[in-house]
Unconditional design. Structure first.
Length: 472
């Protein structure tokens, strides 16, 4: 019996992970189409000044499913480093270690903040909050964390990341994006890093020596060696669904078509609806207009010194600082890279084609430097280069009421014969890389030996995916 032919759209972690497992288990012949010139998607890496840098700040969390983590350790070997979490958050003008440490909470928190949190906790004990039926991002976090933490951290940060007031965001944004959504959970996280109470993996993360994209590169290499055909610089233009699916793509100015028994898409679900044929129902197209993503401009500063600070990442919740986060990739990889230089990566959320998106490299570099000066941590060494990258699909925006619009698109895609949407973009999910890989493994589990895809089993996996919460 001939094996199924599967075309996978997108070579991020979900795409290459599924390709690898399909060929590893001998379940299908696989072709992967990726528009960039390398694999990894938003979890990929590229070179700046002789150093591998990522599209923002990425970590592999110890919460990764054991079978997946075992596979990654087999692939990467000693290159998969175990690193301590060593970041900091700027809160009311003070730097606090992140993840939070008990000594910082006792000695470094502004009195107005710690006093406010204590008062909020007392109020909760004396007068437990009552649910009023309709929930939003605002109500969920205020009920769980109290007004002080929300006012001074989560709400201004939400405005910067998603570009809208928190009371206009769905409650799902809080459930999927805030892992410590209550004072009890936050306390548990803090206690988990205290010696004697320390949970396995607490306060640490895993990171490849050659940048986070090394994960996807290693998976893609293993998949290719087993027969997967991964075609980069290949932009999908049209997907025709029929008895035999046909995918049309462009590569180096030439148009090609590949046939498939199954199409598995990790593209944003809104994009799949635009390139699908026959014509998609109007209500699906209409629903796609109510589904949106936050974009991101990444600003890379090449600094002529071995190390800028000892910290891996710096978080800026204050609205007067335009950056949301700044990372130093060299500190993630244990100092790997040129000895005389380091690279800083500033993250600046925006919308496609707004002023930030269209700003020049020089303007963005100046913005980044000005923000750091305002925070009291100026760059004193010379900056030899500024490089920028733009991500059109950085974060899904869970506006109030988005659920019904996503449901229309999801039901349409789920109803297509031998078509699967999965991954962070395909399921419009706030997910980490280990979550995306879990989706890939789950999808392959659902493909039976005869080439049939078990929709019932996939439905059970979807219930598990809905419980994913982003690890910060």
């Amino acid at each position: 019996m001939a094996r199924s032919r599967i075309v996978i759209l997108g070579a991020g972690p979900a795409g290459v992970g599924a390709a690898w497992q399909l060929v590893k288990q001998g379940k299908a012949d696989v072709t992967v189409l990726e528009q960039r010139d390398g694999v990894g998607g938003n979890a990929g890496s590229f070179e700046v000044a002789g150093m591998q840098v990522d599209y923002g700040s990425h970590r592999l969390h110890p919460a990764c499913e054991p079978r997946i983590l075992d596979d990654l350790r087999d692939l990467l070997g000693d290159d998969l480093l175990s690193r301590p979490r060593h970041g900091r958050i700027r809160l009311q003008g003070r730097w606090i270690h992140f993840p939070l440490k008990p000594q910082d909470l006792a000695l470094r928190l502004p009195l107005s903040f710690s006093g406010g949190v204590a008062l909020d906790m007392t109020r909760k004990l004396v007068r437990p909050a009552r649910r009023n039926g309709h929930e939003t991002f605002t109500s969920v976090l205020e009920q769980g964390l109290g007004s002080t933490i929300c006012r001074d951290f989560y709400f201004p940060y939400a405005v910067k990341i998603w570009g809208m007031p928190p009371d206009q965001l769905s409650a799902m944004q809080a459930h999927r994006r805030v892992s410590a959504g209550s004072l009890a959970k936050m306390a548990k996280k803090i206690i988990s890093i205290v010696p004697g109470f320390k949970a396995p993996g607490a306060g640490r993360f895993l990171y490849p020596r050659e940048g986070f994209g090394q994960i996807s590169r290693a998976i893609a290499k293993a998949a290719t060696e087993l027969g997967a055909d991964i075609r980069t610089s290949s932009t999908v233009k049209k997907v025709e669904f029929g008895a035999v699916h046909r995918v049309t793509y462009e590569n180096n100015g030439e148009t090609h078509t590949v046939e498939a028994d199954h199409v598995w898409s990790t593209l944003p679900i809104t994009i799949l609806a635009k390139i699908a044929s026959p014509d998609v129902p109007e209500q699906v197209i209409s629903a796609s207009k109510h589904i949106s993503y936050r974009a991101m401009v990444l600003i890379y500063l090449v600094v002529d010194e071995p190390q800028w600070t000892e910290f891996d990442a710096h978080y800026f919740p204050e609205t007067e600082i335009k950056l949301t986060r700044l990372s130093e990739p060299k500190n993630y990889s244990g100092g790997n890279g040129p000895k005389e230089k380091t690279v800083l990566c500033g993250e600046l959320p925006c919308m496609v084609n707004d002023d930030v998106w269209k700003a020049s490299d020089e303007e963005l570099g100046e913005l980044c430097c000005e923000a750091l000066e305002k925070c009291g941590v100026p760059i004193n060494a010379s900056i030899s280069a500024v490089v920028t990258k733009r991500l059109a699909f950085a974060y899904p925006i869970y506006r109030e009421g988005y659920e019904k619009h996503f449901s229309i698109q999801d039901e349409w895609a789920s109803g297509l014969d031998r078509v699967l949407t999965f991954g962070r973009q395909g399921l419009f999910a706030h997910d980490n890389t280990h979550h995306a890989l879990a989706m890939a493994y789950g999808a392959v589990d659902c493909l039976e030996e005869a080439g049939n895809f078990s929709a019932d089993r996939w439905s059970e996996y979807r219930k598990e995916f809905a419980k994913h919460v982003v690890e910060d």
